[in-house]
Design a protein around this ligand. Structure first.
Ligand code: ATP
Length: 466
């Protein structure tokens, strides 16, 4: 059943709280605007996306290695990267209510209004404050870097910054990684980590946050090899969205960025965008960053970051192809894509009632299998607990539940996206079989109790991304 876009976001936010995916942060103090806690299922989902990514792009590849660098690096790193000078968004403030907005977002919203005349360029002066209809100030550049102080003194010498992206860590370690891992271009360095941006207008649940996670690869290549490497990562990106996150192709757009809108150092950029309930928005990025990053870090550090290619006898500064995935945004995309409402029989009367279900690809599901004893008697809980333990030993996330009707227990698992529920009943005691109930079709069949661990392993494997 299709859910309207307007309704979907409300459904998602309330489901996430009710079922332990994402809660408002600091709720005991009345909440802290735009900060969210990942609950027990949310963190499993996020970790599963991260682990699939790491498996696919680091462990399974010969040409990519992983690192983990600090959130607070030498401040020079950010001078070299240009973030201190240029990492800003255009800010306007309402003269009446003093709310602050991103000027580019206001323009975008205006352009998206029905009946907007594309031929007529809009000026910011044509736009009024969405909160109070007041006039805006002129545009100011607002730097998004979050600042802190290191050590006991709070002076200019102790200023440091929380990283706004993970990429810089790959540029500052490139020489160490290259030499210790005996790698030569083309090869990539990957990192997953938390980053910070003092966003002017965070919002849309976990879409735009002040702290979030990225998964990034900096892929170092000979300049002539950059176009090939770009295409290769574009294909990888597409395959990740389709085969791993299982996003419908209609919902993902690979937006080629025009030269005028690209960073000056970028030779080519594509933003993968996802159709979120609030519109088509950036999910990640892919850019040919040329030799800009290594050259800048070389300039400020004084270290030679070029590469001597012994085979051709030439020295060059590698170009960098950078695919970036927003991990936190990917969680939102996966939740949004797989949330569905269909109909199920009510447990009591057999009439139909709406069923909310998260149809996650099993490898991403926080819980892979739920185990229910039909009743709390006749040795069923003992057998069910033993089955749960057998699955856990294999590293399979399991939930044991003995409370309420079977129908209600199914419904709960549907809402957290558990693909298979196993019920131990009277027949298990006599014939040694259990019922497996499939989340998506709601169909049921019996299988030997002794086969359950294999069943789950095989089915997860069958949905494998590898
Ligand atoms: P936007 O245009 O949405 O502000 P951006 O172009 O500044 O994003 P990049 O600097 O390219 O974003 O960052 C790479 C990725 O990091 C984005 O594609 C997105 O997935 C993620 N990301 C960026 N900003 C945020 C944020 N404030 N909250 C959550 N994820 C973010």
């Amino acid at each position: 059943m299709s859910i309207s876009h307007e309704k979907k976001m409300d459904l998602l936010v309330s489901l996430c709280k009710r079922r332990g995916f994402v809660y408002p942060d600091s709720e005991i103090y009345g909440g802290f605007a735009n900060a969210w806690d990942f609950g027990p299922y949310g963190i499993e989902l996020k970790n599963n996306i991260r682990d699939e990514w790491w498996m696919r792009f680091v462990k399974m590849r010969d040409d990519v290695v992983g690192i983990d660098t600090p959130i607070i690096q030498h401040p020079k790193v950010w001078e070299a990267s240009g973030h201190l000078q240029n990492f800003s968004d255009p800010l306007v403030e309402c003269k009446k209510c003093h709310r602050r907005f991103r000027a580019d977002h206001l323009l975008e919203a205006k352009q998206a209004e029905p009946g907007y005349d594309k031929e007529k360029p809009i000026q910011l002066s044509d736009i009024r404050c969405p909160n109070c209809a007041g006039e805006f100030t002129d545009v100011m550049n607002f730097n998004l870097m979050l600042k802190t102080f290191i050590g006991v003194k709070e002076d200019s010498a102790s200023v440091a910054y929380l990283r706004p992206e993970t990429a810089a860590g790959m540029f500052t370690t490139w020489m160490n990684v290259r030499d210790t891992m005996r790698k030569k271009p083309p090869f990539g360095i990957a990192q997953v980590g938390r980053v910070f941006r003092n966003e002017i207008t965070p919002g849309n649940f976990i879409f735009r946050l002040r702290e979030f996670e990225q998964m990034e690869i900096e892929y170092f290549v000979h300049p002539d090899d950059a176009p090939r490497a770009f295409e290769m990562w574009l294909e990888e990106y597409k395959s990740w969205c389709t085969d791993v996150l299982k996003l419908k192709s209609d919902n993902v757009v690979y937006h080629e960025i025009d030269e005028v809108d690209r960073a000056f150092y970028s030779k080519r950029s594509i933003d993968p965008e996802y159709r979120f309930p609030f519109g088509l928005k950036e999910l990640g990025g892919l850019a040919n960053r040329t030799d800009w990053d290594l050259s800048r870090q070389q300039e400020l550090s004084g270290e030679d970051l070029s590469w001597f290619d012994a085979d051709s006898g030439t020295r060059y500064t590698p170009f960098v192809i950078e695919p970036t995935w927003g991990l936190t945004r990917s969680v939102l995309a996966v939740l949004s894509e797989h949330l569905d409402i269909d109909e199920a029989d009510t447990a009591e009367t057999g009439e139909k009632e709406p069923r909310m279900v998260l149809r996650f690809p099993p490898r991403l599901s926080p819980i892979k299998a739920a185990i229910f004893p039909l009743t709390k008697k006749e040795g069923m809980p003992e057998l069910a607990k033993k089955l749960a333990a057998d699955l856990r030993v294999q590293g399979i996330t399991v939930e044991y539940d003995e409370s309420g009707s079977i129908g209600k227990r199914y419904r709960r698992q549907d809402e957290i996206g558990t693909p298979w529920c196993f019920t131990i009943d009277g027949e298990t005691m006599t014939s040694g079989t259990v019922t497996v109930r499939y989340r998506d079709s709601m169909s049921q069949e019996r299988l030997p109790l002794a086969d359950v661990v294999h069943f789950v392993q095989n089915h997860i494997q069958r949905n494998s991304v590898l």
